[in-house]
Design a protein around this ligand. Structure first.
Ligand code: ZN
Length: 313
């Protein structure tokens, strides 16, 4: 059994200020695991056309109280009650360390037998074979899932705090420096020049740039969701940063700003994972800035993770 404890925290009691919401629906993971998960699902989608997601209901970080309830159900099943999946002894689940994720999207009508345990699973082999071949490149491992017969249970083995390729980490000066914008994940050089439609399911990537002509052109008007993920550390308790989602017209004129403030906890950590649900018009660009509060007492470091964006039409 691999010990996934981190940060001197208590299993099942990790404050969400230390975590990243990877779905906009309160599915929290440790920040490095979150970044790797977001890249893994994007790359899997590019290879297979399938999106994997956190399964509904406490599939990522899990509180001690929820684990207690899951374990009670499992014990009841063992005693002859209604079916309940295997649940770890409270205080030992890797969900309590925010480094395990139960996924959905791998399911299918193919059968696959594990050479390690001899267990047979019902899967979509195209997705499943991609996961078996590539998940380790993103730090995800399935050994614990296999040992308990759970195809859905995956764990991040990457040490927390590791900077992941595709992330941008930078120092936010306590003077309100703007320093990041979003560009599309692919062909960003072309995107900078002429813009690029953002199709449903498109991921945005964060790039450091001096230009203020971010032209992430949205191809279609309509309802739109964008979920940037930001984590900060090294701040003083009560310091704050502001994440602002901005829209601009085709000439680069900024029209609408949506600010969200994140405040540092007692340990100086900040996490912001808002989901912006907005209506867009054709030709608008979208990007984000992060600024530190001029009144901050300390200069912290922030990581902006890749950003999920969806058009609903
Ligand atoms: Zn699990």
């Amino acid at each position: 059994m691999i010990n996934l404890a981190w940060g001197g925290l208590t299993n099942g009691a990790i404050p969400t200020s230390r975590l990243v919401d990877v779905s906009g629906r309160e599915d929290y993971l440790e920040p490095t695991a979150a970044a790797q998960w977001l890249w893994m699902r994007t790359d899997l989608h590019a290879a297979t056309g399938v999106w994997i997601n956190p399964a509904p209901g406490s599939s990522c970080n899990r509180s001690r109280a929820t684990q207690d309830a899951f374990y009670a159900s499992y014990r009841s099943y063992l005693a002859g009650g209604p079916y309940a999946p295997v649940a770890a002894v409270p205080g030992t689940s890797n969900h309590g360390w925010a480094r395990a994720i139960d996924i959905t999207g791998y399911e299918g009508n193919d059968t696959w037998t594990s050479p390690r345990t001899g267990r047979t699973y019902r899967v979509n082999l195209r997705v499943w074979n991609w996961l078996l071949a590539h998940a380790h490149e993103y730090g995800f491992d399935w050994a614990t899932g296999d040992s308990s017969g759970e195809a859905w249970h995956w764990e991040s083995l990457t040490p927390p705090g590791t900077t992941v390729a595709g992330d941008i980490t930078g120092t936010v000066k306590p003077k309100g420096t703007k320093f990041m914008k979003h560009y599309p994940n692919t062909d960003w050089l072309a995107a900078k020049k002429e813009g690029r439609p953002i199709a449903p399911g498109t991921r945005l990537r964060l790039l450091k740039s001096n230009t203020n002509k971010a032209q992430n052109l949205i191809g279609n008007p309509g309802p739109y969701s964008i979920a940037p993920h930001v984590a900060g550390k090294g701040f003083a308790a009560g310091d704050s940063i502001q994440l602002t989602l901005k829209f601009a017209d085709a000439k680069g004129k900024e029209s609408t700003h949506y600010p969200v403030i994140g405040v540092a906890d007692a340990q100086g950590n900040i996490a912001i994972s808002p989901s912006f649900l907005r209506e867009t018009v054709s030709g608008n660009s979208v990007y984000c800035d992060v600024e530190a509060n001029k009144a901050n007492k300390k200069t912290g470091t922030i990581t902006l993770f890749a950003c999920d964006a969806y058009l609903f039409n």
